[in-house]
Design a protein around this ligand. Structure first.
Ligand SMILES: [Zn+2]
Length: 130
């Protein structure tokens, strides 16, 4: 269920899996979501119409900050990024949001090696897309 960040119904999950070519039945999706909810891996909300909607738990909204010199990777909380992604996606009526963020920089050891003028070296222009 990677990428299941916004609250999605079992039918949304089922449709997304089918769109990716996975032959899986709706009953199986319901069963797996139930297990994930019991394990605490997904949060569940119930809509006024009685439908259950699921989302991967926010605490797993973790990104990695990687040193460009030595490759040291530090896990950082990405909750604010996800909150933003879900808000703008909801405004566009999108579901099953996936969000990839690449965060690079210089670790403390390599920041000491370079002067302040180099700290922002390699920073991409604001409109760069990948
Ligand atoms: Zn480093």
């Amino acid at each position: 269920m990677a990428g299941m960040r916004a609250f999605s119904s079992a039918r949304d999950v089922h449709r997304a899996l089918r769109d990716r070519g996975q032959q899986v039945g709706l009953a199986t999706v319901y069963r797996h979501l139930h297990v994930l909810a019991e394990r605490g891996d997904v949060d569940t909300v119930h809509t006024p119409s009685g439908e259950s909607r699921y989302r991967l738990r926010a605490s797993s909204a973790t990104f990695h900050l990687t040193c460009r010199v030595c490759g040291l990777a530090v896990a950082v909380d990405g909750t604010e990024v996800w909150d933003w992604a879900e808000r703008v996606a909801a405004e566009a009526s999108f579901t099953l949001i996936r969000c990839a963020v690449e965060l690079t920089g210089l670790c403390p050891a390599h920041s000491r090696d370079s002067g302040p003028a180099r700290r922002r070296a390699g920073r991409p222009p604001p409109n760069r897309t990948q």
